[in-house]
Write a protein that binds this ligand. Structure first.
Ligand code: GLY
Ligand code: MN
Ligand code: MN
Length: 454
Protein backbone atom coordinates (compact mmCIF):
# COMPACT_ATOMS: atom_id res chain seq x y z
CA UNK A 1 0.00 0.00 0.00
CA UNK A 2 1.27 3.45 -0.80
CA UNK A 3 2.08 5.87 2.01
CA UNK A 4 -0.95 7.12 3.83
CA UNK A 5 -1.11 10.88 4.12
CA UNK A 6 -2.12 12.34 7.51
CA UNK A 7 -5.69 13.21 6.46
CA UNK A 8 -6.67 9.74 5.25
CA UNK A 9 -4.86 8.03 8.16
CA UNK A 10 -7.22 9.67 10.64
CA UNK A 11 -10.26 9.14 8.45
CA UNK A 12 -9.37 5.49 7.95
CA UNK A 13 -8.90 4.98 11.66
CA UNK A 14 -12.25 6.61 12.39
CA UNK A 15 -14.31 4.94 9.69
CA UNK A 16 -13.04 1.36 9.59
CA UNK A 17 -14.82 0.17 12.75
CA UNK A 18 -18.28 1.16 11.51
CA UNK A 19 -17.49 -0.26 8.06
CA UNK A 20 -16.48 -3.62 9.52
CA UNK A 21 -19.50 -3.69 11.84
CA UNK A 22 -21.80 -3.18 8.84
CA UNK A 23 -19.92 -5.84 6.85
CA UNK A 24 -20.25 -8.32 9.74
CA UNK A 25 -23.92 -7.49 10.05
CA UNK A 26 -24.82 -8.00 6.41
CA UNK A 27 -22.61 -11.08 6.10
CA UNK A 28 -24.32 -12.55 9.15
CA UNK A 29 -27.73 -11.96 7.59
CA UNK A 30 -26.62 -13.47 4.28
CA UNK A 31 -25.22 -16.56 6.03
CA UNK A 32 -28.43 -17.08 8.01
CA UNK A 33 -30.59 -16.60 4.91
CA UNK A 34 -28.54 -19.23 3.08
CA UNK A 35 -28.46 -21.70 5.99
CA UNK A 36 -24.80 -21.33 7.02
CA UNK A 37 -23.31 -20.53 10.42
CA UNK A 38 -19.83 -19.38 9.40
CA UNK A 39 -17.78 -18.13 6.45
CA UNK A 40 -14.22 -18.99 5.44
CA UNK A 41 -12.64 -16.78 2.79
CA UNK A 42 -9.39 -17.66 1.05
CA UNK A 43 -6.86 -15.08 -0.19
CA UNK A 44 -5.73 -17.33 -3.06
CA UNK A 45 -2.43 -19.07 -3.78
CA UNK A 46 0.52 -17.89 -5.83
CA UNK A 47 0.64 -19.59 -9.27
CA UNK A 48 3.93 -21.08 -10.37
CA UNK A 49 5.29 -20.55 -13.86
CA UNK A 50 5.34 -23.81 -15.87
CA UNK A 51 8.45 -25.89 -15.09
CA UNK A 52 9.95 -23.08 -13.04
CA UNK A 53 10.15 -22.20 -9.36
CA UNK A 54 9.09 -18.56 -9.64
CA UNK A 55 5.53 -17.40 -9.32
CA UNK A 56 3.33 -14.96 -11.21
CA UNK A 57 2.64 -11.73 -9.34
CA UNK A 58 0.15 -12.60 -6.63
CA UNK A 59 -3.24 -10.90 -6.67
CA UNK A 60 -5.44 -11.54 -3.63
CA UNK A 61 -9.03 -12.65 -4.30
CA UNK A 62 -11.53 -9.80 -4.08
CA UNK A 63 -13.79 -11.51 -1.46
CA UNK A 64 -10.71 -11.64 0.82
CA UNK A 65 -9.92 -7.96 0.19
CA UNK A 66 -13.50 -7.19 1.18
CA UNK A 67 -12.36 -8.01 4.72
CA UNK A 68 -8.70 -6.99 4.92
CA UNK A 69 -6.58 -4.66 2.79
CA UNK A 70 -3.81 -7.24 2.41
CA UNK A 71 -2.85 -7.54 -1.25
CA UNK A 72 0.22 -9.69 -0.59
CA UNK A 73 -0.84 -12.55 1.70
CA UNK A 74 -1.21 -15.81 -0.27
CA UNK A 75 -2.64 -18.94 1.42
CA UNK A 76 -4.31 -16.89 4.16
CA UNK A 77 -7.92 -16.91 5.36
CA UNK A 78 -10.56 -14.81 7.04
CA UNK A 79 -12.90 -16.74 9.31
CA UNK A 80 -16.16 -15.13 10.35
CA UNK A 81 -18.88 -16.39 12.65
CA UNK A 82 -21.78 -14.03 13.39
CA UNK A 83 -21.43 -12.63 16.91
CA UNK A 84 -17.62 -13.06 17.09
CA UNK A 85 -14.67 -10.95 16.00
CA UNK A 86 -13.43 -11.96 12.56
CA UNK A 87 -10.18 -13.91 12.52
CA UNK A 88 -7.32 -13.38 10.08
CA UNK A 89 -5.36 -16.60 9.65
CA UNK A 90 -2.16 -15.31 8.12
CA UNK A 91 0.19 -17.66 6.32
CA UNK A 92 3.71 -17.06 7.64
CA UNK A 93 5.83 -19.97 6.40
CA UNK A 94 9.25 -20.58 7.93
CA UNK A 95 11.30 -19.77 4.87
CA UNK A 96 14.75 -18.41 4.22
CA UNK A 97 14.31 -18.15 0.44
CA UNK A 98 11.52 -15.58 0.64
CA UNK A 99 10.58 -13.12 3.34
CA UNK A 100 7.34 -14.31 4.94
CA UNK A 101 4.53 -11.78 5.34
CA UNK A 102 5.10 -9.69 8.46
CA UNK A 103 2.40 -9.17 11.04
CA UNK A 104 0.14 -6.51 9.57
CA UNK A 105 -0.04 -3.07 11.14
CA UNK A 106 -2.46 -0.24 10.64
CA UNK A 107 -5.89 1.11 11.36
CA UNK A 108 -7.75 -2.16 10.71
CA UNK A 109 -5.63 -4.74 12.57
CA UNK A 110 -7.04 -4.22 16.09
CA UNK A 111 -10.50 -5.23 14.80
CA UNK A 112 -9.31 -8.76 13.98
CA UNK A 113 -7.87 -11.68 15.87
CA UNK A 114 -4.68 -12.23 13.88
CA UNK A 115 -3.30 -15.78 13.96
CA UNK A 116 -0.03 -16.39 12.11
CA UNK A 117 0.26 -19.99 10.86
CA UNK A 118 3.21 -21.76 9.27
CA UNK A 119 1.31 -24.21 7.06
CA UNK A 120 -2.08 -25.54 5.98
CA UNK A 121 -2.30 -27.95 8.93
CA UNK A 122 -1.86 -25.04 11.35
CA UNK A 123 -4.47 -23.04 9.43
CA UNK A 124 -6.91 -25.92 9.79
CA UNK A 125 -6.14 -26.22 13.51
CA UNK A 126 -6.93 -22.51 13.96
CA UNK A 127 -10.48 -23.10 12.68
CA UNK A 128 -13.42 -24.75 14.46
CA UNK A 129 -13.20 -28.53 14.28
CA UNK A 130 -16.61 -28.80 12.63
CA UNK A 131 -17.03 -26.76 9.45
CA UNK A 132 -19.99 -28.74 8.19
CA UNK A 133 -22.31 -25.71 8.41
CA UNK A 134 -19.78 -23.21 7.10
CA UNK A 135 -19.49 -21.79 3.59
CA UNK A 136 -16.11 -21.47 1.89
CA UNK A 137 -15.24 -18.88 -0.77
CA UNK A 138 -11.99 -19.33 -2.65
CA UNK A 139 -9.97 -21.78 -4.70
CA UNK A 140 -11.10 -25.39 -4.57
CA UNK A 141 -7.71 -26.49 -3.19
CA UNK A 142 -7.00 -30.19 -2.43
CA UNK A 143 -7.05 -29.29 1.30
CA UNK A 144 -10.52 -27.85 1.24
CA UNK A 145 -12.33 -31.11 0.49
CA UNK A 146 -10.82 -32.64 3.64
CA UNK A 147 -11.64 -29.58 5.75
CA UNK A 148 -15.30 -30.36 5.22
CA UNK A 149 -17.15 -27.08 4.63
CA UNK A 150 -20.85 -27.34 3.77
CA UNK A 151 -20.35 -25.64 0.40
CA UNK A 152 -17.58 -24.30 -1.82
CA UNK A 153 -18.42 -20.98 -3.50
CA UNK A 154 -22.20 -21.28 -2.93
CA UNK A 155 -23.85 -19.21 -5.63
CA UNK A 156 -26.73 -17.64 -3.72
CA UNK A 157 -24.54 -16.58 -0.82
CA UNK A 158 -21.94 -15.13 -3.18
CA UNK A 159 -24.59 -13.26 -5.16
CA UNK A 160 -25.99 -11.81 -1.95
CA UNK A 161 -22.57 -10.62 -0.79
CA UNK A 162 -21.70 -9.26 -4.25
CA UNK A 163 -25.01 -7.40 -4.55
CA UNK A 164 -24.26 -5.45 -1.39
CA UNK A 165 -20.73 -4.54 -2.46
CA UNK A 166 -22.20 -1.94 -4.83
CA UNK A 167 -23.04 0.42 -1.95
CA UNK A 168 -19.83 1.81 -0.49
CA UNK A 169 -19.38 2.74 3.18
CA UNK A 170 -17.77 5.99 4.36
CA UNK A 171 -14.54 4.03 4.85
CA UNK A 172 -14.61 2.70 1.30
CA UNK A 173 -15.16 6.20 -0.05
CA UNK A 174 -12.11 7.41 1.91
CA UNK A 175 -10.11 4.66 0.15
CA UNK A 176 -11.53 5.48 -3.26
CA UNK A 177 -10.79 9.20 -2.86
CA UNK A 178 -7.21 8.24 -1.98
CA UNK A 179 -7.01 5.91 -5.02
CA UNK A 180 -8.14 8.81 -7.18
CA UNK A 181 -5.56 11.15 -5.67
CA UNK A 182 -2.81 8.64 -6.43
CA UNK A 183 -4.17 8.16 -9.94
CA UNK A 184 -4.35 11.93 -10.54
CA UNK A 185 -0.69 12.27 -9.51
CA UNK A 186 0.18 9.55 -12.00
CA UNK A 187 -1.81 11.22 -14.78
CA UNK A 188 -0.14 14.60 -14.24
CA UNK A 189 3.30 12.98 -14.47
CA UNK A 190 2.25 11.02 -17.56
CA UNK A 191 0.97 14.16 -19.27
CA UNK A 192 4.28 15.91 -18.66
CA UNK A 193 6.13 12.93 -20.12
CA UNK A 194 3.88 12.94 -23.21
CA UNK A 195 4.51 16.64 -23.75
CA UNK A 196 8.26 16.09 -23.38
CA UNK A 197 8.28 13.47 -26.16
CA UNK A 198 8.33 10.21 -24.17
CA UNK A 199 7.48 6.77 -25.57
CA UNK A 200 4.46 4.80 -24.34
CA UNK A 201 6.77 2.72 -22.14
CA UNK A 202 8.40 5.80 -20.61
CA UNK A 203 4.99 7.34 -19.97
CA UNK A 204 3.99 4.22 -18.04
CA UNK A 205 7.16 4.38 -15.94
CA UNK A 206 6.39 8.00 -15.06
CA UNK A 207 2.80 7.08 -14.16
CA UNK A 208 3.87 4.25 -11.88
CA UNK A 209 6.62 6.25 -10.20
CA UNK A 210 4.27 9.13 -9.46
CA UNK A 211 1.64 6.76 -8.00
CA UNK A 212 4.32 5.13 -5.84
CA UNK A 213 3.06 1.66 -6.76
CA UNK A 214 4.55 -1.47 -8.31
CA UNK A 215 3.00 -2.52 -11.61
CA UNK A 216 1.37 -5.53 -9.89
CA UNK A 217 -0.26 -3.19 -7.36
CA UNK A 218 -2.21 -1.34 -10.05
CA UNK A 219 -5.89 -2.22 -10.39
CA UNK A 220 -5.49 -2.94 -14.13
CA UNK A 221 -2.84 -2.76 -16.82
CA UNK A 222 -2.56 0.88 -17.88
CA UNK A 223 -3.75 1.64 -21.40
CA UNK A 224 -1.19 4.09 -22.77
CA UNK A 225 -1.74 4.72 -26.45
CA UNK A 226 -0.03 7.27 -28.64
CA UNK A 227 -1.69 8.26 -31.92
CA UNK A 228 -3.82 5.58 -33.64
CA UNK A 229 -3.26 3.14 -30.73
CA UNK A 230 -6.08 5.05 -29.02
CA UNK A 231 -8.52 3.27 -31.33
CA UNK A 232 -7.75 -0.06 -29.61
CA UNK A 233 -10.05 -0.04 -26.60
CA UNK A 234 -7.81 -2.05 -24.27
CA UNK A 235 -4.51 -1.27 -26.03
CA UNK A 236 -1.81 -3.28 -24.24
CA UNK A 237 1.40 -2.50 -26.20
CA UNK A 238 3.93 -0.29 -24.46
CA UNK A 239 6.04 0.76 -27.41
CA UNK A 240 9.63 1.53 -26.33
CA UNK A 241 10.16 3.92 -29.24
CA UNK A 242 8.51 7.33 -29.53
CA UNK A 243 6.59 7.64 -32.79
CA UNK A 244 8.12 9.72 -35.58
CA UNK A 245 5.18 12.11 -35.39
CA UNK A 246 3.31 12.79 -32.16
CA UNK A 247 -0.41 13.54 -32.37
CA UNK A 248 -2.27 12.34 -29.29
CA UNK A 249 -2.22 10.37 -26.06
CA UNK A 250 -5.09 8.31 -24.70
CA UNK A 251 -4.21 7.17 -21.18
CA UNK A 252 -6.55 4.99 -19.15
CA UNK A 253 -4.75 4.27 -15.90
CA UNK A 254 -5.77 4.05 -12.28
CA UNK A 255 -4.22 3.42 -8.89
CA UNK A 256 -5.15 1.26 -5.93
CA UNK A 257 -5.43 2.22 -2.29
CA UNK A 258 -6.14 -0.33 0.47
CA UNK A 259 -7.49 -2.67 -2.19
CA UNK A 260 -9.79 -0.10 -3.86
CA UNK A 261 -9.37 1.05 -7.46
CA UNK A 262 -9.55 4.26 -9.37
CA UNK A 263 -10.22 4.09 -13.12
CA UNK A 264 -9.29 7.29 -14.94
CA UNK A 265 -8.97 8.19 -18.62
CA UNK A 266 -7.72 11.37 -20.22
CA UNK A 267 -7.01 12.19 -23.85
CA UNK A 268 -4.46 14.80 -24.89
CA UNK A 269 -3.67 16.44 -28.20
CA UNK A 270 -0.07 17.36 -28.87
CA UNK A 271 -1.04 20.46 -30.85
CA UNK A 272 -3.81 22.99 -31.00
CA UNK A 273 -6.39 22.43 -33.68
CA UNK A 274 -9.24 20.25 -34.72
CA UNK A 275 -8.56 17.24 -32.49
CA UNK A 276 -8.03 19.38 -29.39
CA UNK A 277 -11.37 21.07 -30.13
CA UNK A 278 -12.99 17.65 -30.41
CA UNK A 279 -11.56 16.69 -27.00
CA UNK A 280 -13.07 19.88 -25.56
CA UNK A 281 -16.50 18.92 -26.97
CA UNK A 282 -16.17 15.46 -25.41
CA UNK A 283 -15.17 17.02 -22.12
CA UNK A 284 -18.40 19.10 -22.14
CA UNK A 285 -20.46 16.05 -23.08
CA UNK A 286 -18.88 13.98 -20.31
CA UNK A 287 -19.53 16.68 -17.71
CA UNK A 288 -23.15 17.01 -18.86
CA UNK A 289 -23.61 13.27 -18.41
CA UNK A 290 -22.09 13.50 -14.91
CA UNK A 291 -24.68 16.08 -13.90
CA UNK A 292 -27.41 13.53 -14.65
CA UNK A 293 -26.04 10.99 -12.16
CA UNK A 294 -27.98 10.61 -8.92
CA UNK A 295 -29.79 7.93 -6.92
CA UNK A 296 -32.85 6.57 -8.67
CA UNK A 297 -31.41 6.88 -12.19
CA UNK A 298 -31.55 3.71 -14.30
CA UNK A 299 -28.06 3.19 -15.74
CA UNK A 300 -29.56 1.80 -18.94
CA UNK A 301 -31.08 5.25 -19.52
CA UNK A 302 -27.65 6.83 -19.02
CA UNK A 303 -26.30 4.55 -21.76
CA UNK A 304 -29.08 5.58 -24.14
CA UNK A 305 -28.76 9.28 -23.25
CA UNK A 306 -25.01 9.07 -23.88
CA UNK A 307 -25.71 7.77 -27.40
CA UNK A 308 -28.22 10.57 -28.03
CA UNK A 309 -25.53 13.08 -27.03
CA UNK A 310 -22.83 11.30 -29.05
CA UNK A 311 -25.16 11.51 -32.07
CA UNK A 312 -25.37 15.29 -31.62
CA UNK A 313 -21.60 15.58 -31.18
CA UNK A 314 -20.95 13.57 -34.35
CA UNK A 315 -23.33 15.83 -36.26
CA UNK A 316 -21.99 19.10 -34.83
CA UNK A 317 -18.37 18.03 -35.39
CA UNK A 318 -19.29 17.17 -39.00
CA UNK A 319 -18.23 13.55 -38.66
CA UNK A 320 -21.54 12.25 -39.95
CA UNK A 321 -23.75 13.53 -42.72
CA UNK A 322 -27.06 12.44 -41.18
CA UNK A 323 -28.99 13.89 -38.25
CA UNK A 324 -28.23 12.95 -34.65
CA UNK A 325 -31.40 10.87 -34.25
CA UNK A 326 -30.73 8.92 -37.42
CA UNK A 327 -27.16 8.25 -36.22
CA UNK A 328 -28.59 6.69 -33.05
CA UNK A 329 -31.44 4.83 -34.72
CA UNK A 330 -29.23 3.25 -37.39
CA UNK A 331 -26.53 2.15 -34.92
CA UNK A 332 -24.01 4.62 -36.32
CA UNK A 333 -23.16 6.04 -32.88
CA UNK A 334 -22.11 2.50 -31.90
CA UNK A 335 -19.54 2.48 -34.70
CA UNK A 336 -17.85 5.40 -32.94
CA UNK A 337 -18.65 4.35 -29.34
CA UNK A 338 -18.78 0.56 -29.10
CA UNK A 339 -18.29 0.17 -25.31
CA UNK A 340 -20.51 0.81 -22.31
CA UNK A 341 -20.81 4.26 -20.77
CA UNK A 342 -19.59 3.10 -17.36
CA UNK A 343 -19.57 0.40 -14.71
CA UNK A 344 -19.47 -0.21 -10.98
CA UNK A 345 -16.08 0.41 -9.41
CA UNK A 346 -14.68 -0.80 -6.10
CA UNK A 347 -12.34 -3.59 -5.15
CA UNK A 348 -12.44 -4.73 -8.74
CA UNK A 349 -12.17 -2.26 -11.56
CA UNK A 350 -15.22 -3.80 -13.21
CA UNK A 351 -16.89 -4.51 -9.92
CA UNK A 352 -19.26 -7.38 -9.27
CA UNK A 353 -23.04 -7.22 -9.22
CA UNK A 354 -23.66 -4.85 -12.13
CA UNK A 355 -26.62 -6.78 -13.53
CA UNK A 356 -28.33 -8.07 -10.40
CA UNK A 357 -32.05 -7.49 -10.04
CA UNK A 358 -32.00 -8.69 -6.43
CA UNK A 359 -29.76 -10.49 -3.94
CA UNK A 360 -31.11 -13.87 -4.98
CA UNK A 361 -31.73 -14.85 -8.58
CA UNK A 362 -32.36 -12.63 -11.57
CA UNK A 363 -30.43 -10.30 -13.81
CA UNK A 364 -31.49 -7.10 -15.56
CA UNK A 365 -30.76 -7.46 -19.29
CA UNK A 366 -28.80 -4.89 -21.24
CA UNK A 367 -30.69 -2.66 -23.68
CA UNK A 368 -30.80 -4.27 -27.10
CA UNK A 369 -27.79 -3.41 -29.24
CA UNK A 370 -25.55 -2.59 -26.26
CA UNK A 371 -23.76 -5.88 -25.60
CA UNK A 372 -20.81 -4.40 -23.70
CA UNK A 373 -22.69 -2.43 -21.06
CA UNK A 374 -21.58 -3.73 -17.63
CA UNK A 375 -24.20 -2.07 -15.42
CA UNK A 376 -27.99 -2.24 -15.69
CA UNK A 377 -29.05 -1.46 -12.11
CA UNK A 378 -30.83 1.61 -10.78
CA UNK A 379 -28.30 3.80 -8.94
CA UNK A 380 -28.39 3.96 -5.15
CA UNK A 381 -26.61 6.34 -2.77
CA UNK A 382 -23.12 4.93 -2.21
CA UNK A 383 -22.69 3.30 -5.63
CA UNK A 384 -19.43 4.28 -7.29
CA UNK A 385 -19.59 4.28 -11.08
CA UNK A 386 -17.38 5.41 -13.92
CA UNK A 387 -18.54 7.86 -16.58
CA UNK A 388 -16.50 7.22 -19.69
CA UNK A 389 -17.91 8.43 -23.00
CA UNK A 390 -15.69 8.43 -26.06
CA UNK A 391 -15.47 8.35 -29.81
CA UNK A 392 -12.93 6.26 -31.67
CA UNK A 393 -11.78 5.84 -35.25
CA UNK A 394 -11.60 2.04 -35.25
CA UNK A 395 -10.54 0.70 -38.66
CA UNK A 396 -12.40 -2.61 -38.25
CA UNK A 397 -15.73 -0.96 -37.43
CA UNK A 398 -15.33 1.80 -40.02
CA UNK A 399 -14.52 -0.75 -42.73
CA UNK A 400 -17.67 -2.68 -41.85
CA UNK A 401 -19.69 0.56 -42.04
CA UNK A 402 -18.13 1.39 -45.41
CA UNK A 403 -19.09 -2.06 -46.70
CA UNK A 404 -22.69 -1.50 -45.57
CA UNK A 405 -24.45 0.20 -48.48
CA UNK A 406 -26.72 2.39 -46.36
CA UNK A 407 -24.35 3.21 -43.50
CA UNK A 408 -21.45 4.26 -45.77
CA UNK A 409 -23.26 7.36 -47.04
CA UNK A 410 -23.87 8.67 -43.54
CA UNK A 411 -20.19 9.08 -42.68
CA UNK A 412 -18.08 12.09 -43.66
CA UNK A 413 -15.18 9.98 -44.92
CA UNK A 414 -12.65 12.72 -45.76
CA UNK A 415 -12.98 14.13 -42.24
CA UNK A 416 -12.92 10.71 -40.53
CA UNK A 417 -9.89 9.66 -42.59
CA UNK A 418 -8.08 12.82 -41.54
CA UNK A 419 -8.71 12.05 -37.85
CA UNK A 420 -7.70 8.36 -37.93
CA UNK A 421 -4.14 9.20 -36.89
CA UNK A 422 -5.43 10.46 -33.50
CA UNK A 423 -6.99 7.09 -32.61
CA UNK A 424 -9.82 8.24 -30.40
CA UNK A 425 -10.99 10.11 -27.34
CA UNK A 426 -12.16 8.80 -23.97
CA UNK A 427 -12.67 10.83 -20.81
CA UNK A 428 -13.39 8.87 -17.65
CA UNK A 429 -14.15 9.97 -14.10
CA UNK A 430 -15.22 8.03 -11.00
CA UNK A 431 -18.47 9.19 -9.41
CA UNK A 432 -19.82 8.44 -5.94
CA UNK A 433 -23.61 8.56 -6.17
CA UNK A 434 -25.61 10.55 -3.61
CA UNK A 435 -29.35 11.12 -3.18
CA UNK A 436 -29.20 14.49 -4.94
CA UNK A 437 -26.32 14.05 -7.39
CA UNK A 438 -22.79 12.70 -7.22
CA UNK A 439 -19.32 13.44 -5.91
CA UNK A 440 -16.77 13.46 -8.70
CA UNK A 441 -13.85 11.69 -7.00
CA UNK A 442 -11.59 12.16 -10.01
CA UNK A 443 -12.10 15.88 -10.64
CA UNK A 444 -11.66 16.58 -6.92
CA UNK A 445 -8.43 14.58 -6.97
CA UNK A 446 -7.05 16.48 -9.99
CA UNK A 447 -7.91 19.79 -8.31
CA UNK A 448 -6.11 18.68 -5.13
CA UNK A 449 -3.11 17.44 -7.13
CA UNK A 450 -2.89 20.68 -9.11
CA UNK A 451 -3.01 22.66 -5.84
CA UNK A 452 -0.23 20.48 -4.46
CA UNK A 453 -2.42 18.79 -1.82
CA UNK A 454 -2.28 15.25 -3.14
N1 GLY B 1 -9.96 0.68 -17.67
C1 GLY B 1 -11.00 -0.13 -18.13
C2 GLY B 1 -12.26 0.59 -18.21
O1 GLY B 1 -12.28 1.80 -18.29
O2 GLY B 1 -13.32 0.03 -18.13
MN1 MN C 1 -13.82 2.12 -16.77
MN1 MN D 1 -10.73 3.00 -17.67
Amino acid sequence: MSDIEPGPAEELEESFGAHLAALCDRTGRALTACGFTGLLVHSGSALTVFEDDRTYPFVAHAPFKVWVPLPDAPDSYVWFEPGSRPKLILHQPRDYWYKPAGLPRGYWVRHFDVLPVADAAAARAALPRDLSRAAYIGDATPDIGAWGPAAVNPRTLMRTLDYDRAVKSSYELVCMRAANRLGARGHLAATRAFEAGASEFEIELEFIAACGLREQELPYNPIIALNEGGAVLHYQVLDRHPPRERHSLLIDAGAEFAGYASDITRTHSYRDGDFRALIARMEELQQRLCTGVRAGVDWRDVQLEAHAQIGRLLREADLVRCGAEEAVATGLTRVFLPHGIGHLLGIEVHDVGGFMKARGDGDIPRPEGHPYLRLTRVLEPGFVVTMEPGIYFIPQLLEAARADGTQAGRINWPRVTELMKFGGIRIEDDLAVTAAGCENLTRDAFRAAAAGHA
